[in-house]
Design a protein around this ligand. Structure first.
Ligand code: NAI
Ligand code: 13P
Length: 365
């Protein structure tokens, strides 16, 4: 046993790649782990072969993980409950689990998505459904298959509740998985959800043959855009310097292992959105998130040219090639607006124009 001080009972809800990877980490760390999923055949395979042939076929699961389709037996006696269910089904699963949840338990969402009604993040859904005090989220650069392969990885547990932070660090932290703490739950959760948008854009840019300078510009301006949105939502901008901000953005905008990146890449090669999603066969949360975030940004008056450009490609039939113009046609404003505010740059431009010293600054091909 690594860092866990006492043997803990952990429940994982969700039989996809991330739920399976997390279940195996907790078991590697000495916990009793029970995993809930709906598919009887997959349950039998996990218990018999210690392998999840549907979502992580190439990786061994710690044999101490026991799978079941019975929520009651999985949840009863669990100190920590990790919920790795796509955002569209998250609330219904929490509702089904509710009879066997209790206020002493630590409830942690690992889901990087947003619920359409009310623009709620998953920890807010947990709070609404249970009203319990120990609620947190896990987010960071955490490609499930790399974790399953025991590649050295770090994540963030974010909660206002110190017990939640500490117990998750103890239960999951091990020789190949480091768990850093944050008290900006909203910022960490938004980081995880928002970066999926830009991973789609990055996959598309790669398929269109854009270079490294372009990729770097895309990721850096994405960070500016997502932190601008999150700050307008009450998050701390400094969170975006951390693993759940720039860390997760880097990995998902660079890796073909990211489902969101793969959807973008498929779109860039000319597939329709329906074809790209069908070819993936797994959840790519960014497709839904971009629609919700653009609507919310318009409502709040937050400037998000990259998300808007992607939204038009995904849902308005605009050709993927036009993503490039989204990158180049936005305002030339502040680099880091938490140092030099956008409004100050805009004001300076207005003053220049007013004094007739304006230079169009256009550079033709
Ligand atoms: N896979 C990854 O590398 C990572 C995923 N995440 C997040 O974890 C969440 C879950 O993702 P994955 O495990 O990767 O997804 P996945 O696509 O691999 O699997 C989703 C799982 O949820 C189950 N599911 C779907 N609808 C359900 C319902 N109504 N009731 C019960 N189960 C249902 C599916 O059967 C499947 O077992 C996503 O929000 C994702 O953003 C976070 C970090 C890394
Ligand atoms: O969130 C992830 C890695 O941190 C996984 O990203 P995808 O959902 O795009 O695979």
């Amino acid at each position: 046993m690594a860092m866990a001080e006492q043997q803990s009972n952990v429940a994982v809800l969700g039989g996809g790649s991330f739920g399976t990877a997390l279940a195996s980490i907790a078991a590697d760390n000495g916990a009793n782990v029970r995993q809930w999923l709906r598919d009887e055949a997959l349950v039998a395979q996990i218990n018999r072969e210690h392998r999840n042939g549907r979502y992580l076929p190439d990786y061994a699961i710690n044999p101490a993980v026991t799978a079941s389709t019975d929520l009651k037996s999985v949840l009863t006696g669990a100190e920590l409950v990790l919920i790795a269910i796509p955002s569209k089904a998250f609330r219904s699963v929490v509702q089904a689990a509710k009879p066997w949840l209790s206020p002493e338990q630590i409830l942690v969402s690992t889901t990087k998505g947003i619920e359409q009604d009310g623009f709620l993040l998953m920890s807010q859904v947990l709070e609404q459904e249970t009203g319990f005090p120990h609620i947190g989220v896990i987010a960071g650069p955490n490609l499930a298959s790399e974790i399953a392969d025991k590649q050295l990885t770090a994540t963030v547990i974010a909660s206002a509740d110190a017990l939640t932070r500490t117990r998750v660090q103890q239960v999951l932290g091990c020789r190949y998985f480091r768990v850093y703490a944050s008290n900006d739950r909203h910022g960490v959760e938004l980081g995880g959800a928002l970066k999926n948008i830009y991973a789609i854009a990055a996959g598309m840019a790669a398929a269109l043959g854009m270079g490294e300078n372009t990729r770097s510009m895309l990721m850096t301006r994405a960070l500016a855009e997502m932190s601008r949105f999150a700050v307008a939502q009450g998050a701390n901008p400094m969170t975006f310097l951390g693993l759940a901000g720039v860390g997760d953005l880097i990995v998902t905008c660079s890796s073909n292992l990211s489902r969101n990146y793969r959807v973008g890449h498929a779109l860039g090669t000319g597939l329709s959105l329906e074809e790209a999603v069908a070819a993936l066969g797994q959840v790519a949360e960014g497709v839904n998130t971009v629609k919700l975030v653009c609507a919310k940004a318009r409502e709040m008056g937050v400037y998000m040219p990259l998300a808007e450009g992607l939204n038009r490609v995904l849902f308005d039939g605009v050709p993927a090639q036009e993503m490039a113009s989204t990158l180049m046609m936005g305002e030339q404003s502040s680099d880091v607006e938490f140092i030099l505010p956008r409004e100050a740059v805009q004001q300076a431009h207005r003053e220049q124009a007013h004094q007739g010293q304006h230079n169009s600054g256009g550079c033709d091909e």
